[in-house]
Design a protein around this ligand. Sequence first.
Ligand code: HEM
Length: 337
Amino acid sequence: MKISAAVVAAAFSLAFSFILVNFTGQCDAALQQGFYKGKCNSQDVEAIVASVVKRRFNDKPRVAAGLIRLFFHDCFVNGCDASILLDGDSSEKTAPPNLSVSGYDVIDEAKGLLEEACAGIVSCADIIAIAARDAVQLSGGGRYEVQTGRRDGFVSLASNVDLPSPRFSVSQSADAFSKKGIGLTDMVLLLGGHTIGFTNCSLFRDRLYNFDNTGKPDPTMDPLLVMKLRLICPQNSPATRTPVSVDQNLASTFIVDNSFYKQIRLGRGILQIDQALALDPLTNNTVASLANGNDFLARFGQAMVKLGAVDVLTDSQGEIRESCHLKNKPRSTFLFG
Ligand code: HEM
C-alpha cells in the first residue's frame, strides 16, 4: 500500500500540534488569546468589556472582588460555561455559596453592549473571564492575557454546586482543586484571590469563640485579631440579622498583591482554609516564597488563565446565549411538503 507524502506530512503535523498543545500545558487547546479579533464588526470585544468594568470599578472598587469570585464560582461548577448566570428556581445562583456572589449586573451591561456591537458572537462565559482579568488589573494585580473562545452551557443546577468549604483542610481543598485539574501550587496562588474582598462573620465565627468545640478561639489566629474580630462579629448575633462582613486581607482590602501571604504567616488569616495554607507542610513553603518574593502577580495571572480553562465548552459545543440569564429558545423549523 502506497502512502502519499501529503498524508505523511498531515499525520506529522497533527502529531506535532498535539505534542505542542500538551507541552504548553497552559490551557484548553481550543481557547486562544484574541479569539474575537475580526469577529465583531471591527469592534474590540475586550475593550468593550474593559470600559464597563472600569466605569463600575471607578464608581465602586468593591466590584472587583465580586467579579473575581464570580469567575471562580462559575469555573468550579460545570466548568467556565456561565452556568452560574442562568436564572431558575433551582439554578446554581440559588445555591447557598452563590447567594453572596456579586457582579452579575456588570456582566449584563457588558453583554448588552456586545450584543449591540455584534449579536450572537461573544459568549457570557468569556465576558466573565475578561471581566475578572480586568478586575485584577484595576486592583493593581497587573495585566495577564486572557484566553477566549468559550461557549455557554445549558445546565445550571444548585445541586451541582460543590464548592470547597472555608472550613476545609489543605488536603481536602487540594482534592477539590485536583478534580478540576489544578495542582497544589496553583491552588495556593488562586487562594491569593482572597487578597481582596470581604467575608461574612458566619463563615469564621467558630474560630473566634468555639473552635472545634473547645469553647476557645482557634489557637492559630493572632490573639489581637481575635479580639478585634470579636467586636465586629458578636458571638450570639443570629445569622438572620443584617449580615456583617470583614476585610479578608486586613493589609489591603482593595489591592491585589502578595500581602495576603504575609498576613496569613502572621496568623491573620480570616478563613480557616486561608490560615491553614500558611501552616500545612503541603503548602507552607509556597506561601513563604510568595510572601517574600516579587513574582506573585505574574504567577497569579497564569493561575487565573488555568482556572479559566477548566472544563470549557468550545467550537460546536454549547451555544452563544442571547441573554446571559437564559438559554436560547430552540429555533422553530417549518416543514413543507
Ligand atoms: C478553597 C477554595 C476557596 C474557598 C473555601 C473560598 C471561600 C470563600 C468565602 C467563604 C468567601 C466569603 C464569602 C461571603 O462572605 O459570603 C470568599 C470570598 C472571596 N473569594 Fe473565595 N474561596 C476559595 C477560593 C477562591 C478563589 C480560587 C478565588 C479567586 C481566584 C476566590 C476569590 C474570592 C474573592 C475575591 C472573595 C471576596 C468576594 C467579595 O468581597 O465580594 N476564592 N471565598
